[in-house]
Design a protein around this ligand. Structure first.
Ligand SMILES: [Zn+2]
Ligand SMILES: [Zn+2]
Length: 385
């Protein structure tokens, strides 16, 4: 994600001046959560303030928040763009508790979600196309990002309340439970967006590298779209589970035979793993005009041999989360096909242990924090000191 561009962006102009004035005139809302106070520090109870709802804002009582690997990257300042204290979390589901005076899209009691984006310029080409994640001026991300007032840092979903402009709030369909739906608004849309863009569907052979929080959503969505789905994983333990999720084939990446057998096989490969792989080896698995899409975020640069691309007019592409409308489309698609994330529900007191387990790929398949577990007494004590 190009958070750097966003962090440096300035939002000047009349509209934003009046926004600053309004937010300063209104009282702040007390919020309780968990934050990391510096890079690599454990998450601890934390009290902070959010703005009272402006005219078009919605206040959400957060019920659940998923743990995304990018929460850990940012809490550890691995991308060198982190600000602290940081309340991570952008896989938020909950219920509307308050509605701004001019907000019309939601009412009190509605089941809603908030993903990675809480605002954007709304005027640039990508924003006009509903692709706010590629906002030229830099989208406002749910945490570790600057609000439109140019001075307040956003804080995420490991907390009991969030205030968001209604245009960046998602509706969670009634048949999707809020805990299992939470990872859909980041992990789900991160897979749905490239699968739709590169037209996964009947007759298409789709390979998913890695069966983790992202990959398992890719298998479910690609299968529901009617594509033939192959999982490429280093873990033999995941074979059976991948079939239950809808995978047609499973191959071990530790077996060199896999790369001979599948040469020139796929129309689309989505690489979800956050570590270095042999990219040329995977590009060779693409058929004529096939595309490999990068969505995992390895730390190092990607070395590519020209022949891996030109031999079959192949493409190497990237894709970042999903826009607001396409995330809503994904939720409606998941509702229709009864797709949710496979989760391990945890109390927030176990968040640091969960972080360690995510780094070791030891989770089936996404941790989701039950926000009921926030210990208000513990937090009140912290906030009064
Ligand atoms: Zn995420
Ligand atoms: Zn924009």
């Amino acid at each position: 994600m190009d958070f750097t561009k966003h962090a440096e962006s300035k939002h000047n102009g009349k509209k934003n001046d009046s926004l600053i004035l309004m937010s300063e005139l209104k009282q702040k809302m007390k919020v309780l959560g968990y934050a990391t106070l510096r890079a690599k520090a454990p998450l601890t109870p934390y009290s902070f303030e959010r703005r009272e709802p402006l005219d078009h804002d919605i206040v959400i009582d957060i019920h659940y928040c998923g743990i995304c690997h990018s929460d850990i990257h940012q809490a550890n300042n691995e991308w060198d763009i982190s600000t602290f204290p940081m309340v991570p979390g952008h896989e938020i589901t909950g219920v509307v508790s308050q509605v701004g005076t001019r907000a019309t899209r939601y009412k009190k009691g509605d089941r809603v979600g908030v993903g990675c984006i809480v605002d954007s310029c709304r005027e640039c080409g990508p924003c006009r196309k509903g692709l706010e994640q590629y906002c030229i001026k830099g989208a406002t991300f749910t945490y570790n990002s600057l609000e439109k007032d140019g001075k307040t840092m956003t804080q995420g979903g490991y907390s009991n309340k969030i205030v968001v402009d209604e245009n960046y709030v998602l509706r969670i369909p009634d048949n999707l439970p809020l805990d299992r739906a939470a990872p859909l608004v980041c992990a789900g849309t991160t897979l749905f967006s490239p699968l739709m863009h590169w037209k996964a569907g009947p007759g298409k052979k789709v390979g998913i590298i890695g069966l983790g929080g992202l990959g398992h959503m890719g298998v479910k969505v690609a299968h529901a779209l009617g594509a033939e789905v192959t999982v490429l994983s280093h873990s033999p333990k995941k074979q059976e589970e991948s079939k239950i999720m809808g995978a047609d084939n499973f191959y071990l990446t530790s077996n060199s035979e896999t790369f001979k057998k599948l040469e020139g096989y796929f129309d689309l490969i989505i690489n979800t793993v956050p570590f270095e792989v042999d990219w040329n080896q995977y590009l060779n698995l693409l058929a004529l005009d096939g595309t490999t899409v990068v969505i995992g975020l390895p730390g190092k640069k990607i070395p590519i041999g020209a022949f891996s691309l030109i031999n079959a007019r192949r493409c190497l592409a990237g894709s970042l989360i999903g826009g607001i409308q396409e995330t809503q489309n994904m939720l409606d698609f998941c509702s229709k096909h009864t797709i949710t994330s496979d989760i391990e529900l945890i109390p927030i007191q176990k968040v640091n242990e969960a972080y360690r387990r995510v780094v070791m790929s030891d989770v089936r398949y996404r941790f989701v924090i039950d926000m009921k577990s926030l210990d208000m007494n513990e937090l009140r004590l912290i906030s009064s000191t």
